[in-house]
Design a protein around this ligand. Structure first.
Ligand SMILES: Cc1cc2nc3c(=O)[nH]c(=O)nc-3n(C[C@H](O)[C@H](O)[C@H](O)COP(=O)(O)OP(=O)(O)OC[C@H]3O[C@@H](n4cnc5c(N)ncnc54)[C@H](O)[C@@H]3O)c2cc1C
Length: 386
């Protein structure tokens, strides 16, 4: 159980308000406060959002898009170049905060169990190479050299060099400390019910009273849909409850992030020895629809599949299962200024949003500060949804 956080008095007037205290909200707020901005985060729940995620650092496209959502592939490909940069940015942030996020980028393997799956991966790798990713196909012999822990059914894999993992608990704690150290006011258990213009400022009607701010950043995951509506935007964001499992710690035996060409799975081992198992297995939404609840069938299905791919997992106890709410956008993230609403910004990262979180937040913070972001934000513009 987490302890509720209602620390700090809700400010009535503030220079910049960030709605949502997930990875995006915290990082945008931290970057702005470091530059002298007066910033408050307001979060409906615990101000760490869905940051209790799997900690996979994704770079290659997850296979389910090419298998199940072909219509989304062109849009996702247009944002693919951000992923390797986002992994590098995690390392930069770790250095900047002088923290230990348990980061490792020793490559990601997407495994195949048949010739057909391997052919699919070969096409995928070729496409990704043409978009600038460092990806190649390994046959079983090559794979056995670098990943002897894989089960006998695996016949080959795509290796994407830039992928990796981090320890989300460590990273979240370090980020929380940083945000407070640089003076961000953080208020939890306070929902923003409505946002409107009040002259030059924004007026936020919250469950604990009214807040006025000169600059507004909406980083509220699925809650952004309602908050962006007054600006004439209909965002394609959804609430997707997802399930995760983690094992007891054991000796370090696997160095890669492992996924599958045809099935939903991510497996990797943290430096603490725990093996984290996820990959998009479903959880349930609570009746109030504001938190996710674990599903027994996902505990069984997700861990059985993990054991099939990495047999050593079979000897380990599952010590915890949890669920969180993901925010799919059906394409790249939604980042940057809301045109027609001066000083209002959106910060929604898109697929694998934890990987993209800090870099996306840096880009939005630069836009807030009136600087030219290091990446062109046009493909991520909120105006796509006007
Ligand atoms: C189980 C799970 C595992 C995942 N694993 C990975 C992974 O391994 N790698 C990866 O890259 N990505 C992963 N993801 C995706 C990633 O966690 C998310 O994309 C990312 O955390 C989104 O961050 P965010 O800050 O945009 O939103 P969130 O973390 O959802 O934060 C939004 C915040 O806004 C608040 N909020 C919403 N509405 C309001 C309102 N009206 N008023 C006030 N506050 C409001 C919410 O309370 C919430 O705290 C995973 C997601 C889940 C659910």
């Amino acid at each position: 159980m987490h302890s509720p956080n209602t620390s700090g008095t809700l400010p009535r007037e503030i220079q910049t308000v960030v709605v949502g205290g997930g990875i995006l909200g915290q990082c945008v707020a931290g970057f702005l406060a470091e530059e002298g901005r007066e910033v408050a985060i307001i979060d409906a729940g615990r101000p760490e959002g869905t940051t209790t995620n799997a900690g996979s650092l994704h770079v290659q496209m997850q296979s389910r898009f090419m298998r199940m959502h072909l219509d989304q592939v062109p849009a996702l490909e247009s944002g693919l170049h951000l992923y390797p940069k986002a992994v590098e940015f995690w390392f930069e942030l770790q250095r900047h905060l002088d923290a230990d996020f348990g980061l490792k980028a020793s490559g990601g393997l997407m495994v195949a169990e048949s010739r057909e799956q391997l052919d699919f991966l070969a096409k995928k790798a070729e496409r990704e190479r043409s978009l600038g990713l460092d990806s190649k196909i390994l046959d079983r012999d090559e794979l056995s050299q670098i990943a002897p822990y894989l089960g006998p059914a695996v016949v080959g894999a795509e290796l994407c060099a830039a992928e990796g993992r981090l320890d989300a608990l460590k990273a979240n704690m370090a980020l929380r400390r940083w945000v407070r150290r640089v003076g961000v006011m953080v208020t939890g258990e306070t929902s923003v019910d409505r946002v409107s213009r009040d002259g030059e400022r924004f007026k936020l009607d919250t469950s604990r009273g009214t807040v006025r701010a000169a600059t507004l950043v909406i980083a509220a995951g699925p809650g952004s849909l309602a908050l962006a509506e007054p600006f004439g935007l209909t965002l394609p964001v959804e609430s997707e409850p997802l399930h995760m499992n983690i094992t007891e710690p054991t000796d370090l035996f696997m160095g890669h992030l492992v996924q599958h060409a045809d099935r939903m799975i991510t497996v990797k081992q943290l430096s603490s020895g725990h093996v984290v198992i996820g990959g998009g297995w479903p959880a349930d939404l609570s009746p109030s629809e504001d938190y996710a609840v674990v599903r027994l069938s996902s505990i069984i299905g997700n861990t059985s599949l993990a054991q099939h791919i990495v047999p050593a997992i079979g000897g380990l106890r599952i010590i915890r299962s949890w669920a969180g709410i993901n925010t799919p956008t059906g394409g790249p993230g939604i980042l940057g200024p809301i045109h027609g609403a001066p000083n209002a910004f959106l910060a929604i990262p898109g697929e694998a949003g934890y990987t993209l979180g800090p870099l996306s937040a840096r880009l939005v913070a630069d836009a807030v500060l009136g600087r030219r972001p290091t990446e062109d934000l046009a493909p991520f513009s909120p105006s796509r949804f006007r």
